[in-house]
Design a protein around this ligand. Structure first.
Ligand SMILES: *Cc1c(COP(=O)(O)O)cnc(C)c1O
Length: 389
């Protein structure tokens, strides 16, 4: 009998999640109802951040976070090439330039040593970045304490792209608390740790940023007389005081997210149990298993191995295809962003960020999601053993 394929990631939906969405459907509010604030408060409280703004995707969240940081024409945003294109595109949406900082070969996160070097050069050239977006790759936080020191020294804003990392910790504190950044962004896409189908959120401790994020989410409109440019005409009145968007999330989605929050710790704990099991089962194979920085507890969105290609007779692509042909739906995170055609047209080329390109030539994301069974995981390991032999 042919077995069902195993995806690299997927959502976990309970009866309680379904009931939460159905309850909203039977209520008076499908959007802009009470669930959105409840969801925002639950995430803010969990993370220890003062404010949270839920939106319809992490891509939208990154966009309005960049605008709130006043990124615009003539500025530059720096991020890592080892990320989803959205972490860089948000800079382009604002009319800013984009540049990259190569990765650390152990954590696959933006390298702090490379960041320091690049800042020295940029300062001399008068081209310091306005915003840096560290991405907590696979859920493992970047070295935020040191990056925050650099942000003060060189005067740039910090937006954490924590799309992989809700439920994780840095120096014992929940990721999202923004102790070392201006804002933190989460994604609630179904492959991520908790889901709202599509959805994202920005967290911050700064009231001024919060006020702007709220406006930018909804057309740049305010109903608060304190922000109006002249006195209100009456109870119906609102003012558009800047150019915003419709990036609102629905109450259906927020109710799902709120319900998922009650199982967040459980989800991340399952991922850690599976990662420990992978580490053990793969120990003798010609692969590099993920490094865990002692400062942090990863959200473990991804479990990425690197092939020791000098010790196997097959190519990276052959191993990948062999796994896929066995119904193991492995994936590759990420194609270095600077090598995408769109970014090449902006002047980037292969060779610009060699560590991220070396990583790309060896990496494979194995299935990792909270409901992955031991039996399924054993199938993944058996298929990988065969693919490597
Ligand atoms: C998934 C992801 C995004 C985009 O998230 P959406 O919610 O799909 O817009 C951005 N950055 C990273 C690192 C991601 O993994």
């Amino acid at each position: 009998m042919k077995q069902a394929p195993i995806p690299y990631g997927r959502q976990s939906i309970s009866e309680a999640d379904i009931q939460a969405v159905v309850d909203v459907l039977r209520s008076d509010w499908l959007t802009q109802g009470p669930s959105i604030e409840q969801f925002e408060q639950a995430v803010a409280q969990y993370c220890g951040a003062k404010y949270a703004v839920a939106v319809n995707s992490a891509t939208s969240a990154l966009h309005i976070a960049c605008l709130a940081a006043e990124l615009g024409e003539g500025d530059t945003l720096w991020t890592t090439p080892n990320t989803f294109v959205a972490s860089a595109n948000c800079g382009l949406y604002c009319g800013s330039g984009v540049d990259f900082v190569d990765i650390d070969p152990r954590t696959y996160n933006l390298s702090v040593a490379e960041l320091e070097k690049k800042l020295v050069v940029a300062k001399a050239a008068g081209k310091l970045p306005k915003v840096v977006v560290p991405v907590h790759f696979s859920g493992q936080p970047c070295e935020m304490e040191r990056i925050a020191e650099l942000s003060r020294e060189y005067g740039f804003s910090l937006i954490e792209d924590a799309s992989h990392a809700i439920g994780g910790k840095y120096q014992g504190e929940a990721i999202g608390g923004c102790r070392f950044s201006d804002m933190t962004v989460f994604s609630f896409h179904p492959v991520k740790i908790i889901t709202t189908a599509e959805g994202g959120m920005v967290l911050t401790n700064r009231k001024d940023l919060y006020d702007r994020l709220i406006r930018l989410r909804s057309h740049g409109i305010t109903r608060d007389p304190a922000f109006m440019e002249w006195e209100s005409d009456g109870p119906w009145y609102y003012q558009q005081i800047e150019l915003g968007f419709n990036y609102r999330i629905t109450d259906l989605q927020a109710a799902l997210g709120l319900s998922q929050m009650s199982r967040l710790d459980e989800f991340v704990a399952s991922r850690h149990r599976l990662a420990a099991r992978y580490n053990e089962l793969l120990a003798e194979l010609p692969v590099v298993t993920p490094y865990q920085h002692p400062d942090s507890y990863s959200g473990l969105h991804l479990y990425v191995i690197r092939l020791k290609l000098d010790r196997i007779s097959r190519s990276h692509r052959e191993v990948f295809e062999a796994l896929r042909s066995q119904g193991i739906l492995v994936n590759l995170h990420y194609i270095p962003v600077h090598t995408q055609p769109y970014y090449r047209r902006l002047g980037f080329k292969p060779g610009d960020f060699p560590e991220s390109e070396r990583y790309y030539a060896e990496a494979i994301s194995l299935p990792m999601f909270s409901s992955l069974s031991d039996e399924q995981q054993d199938r993944v390991v058996a298929a990988l053993k065969e693919a490597l032999s």
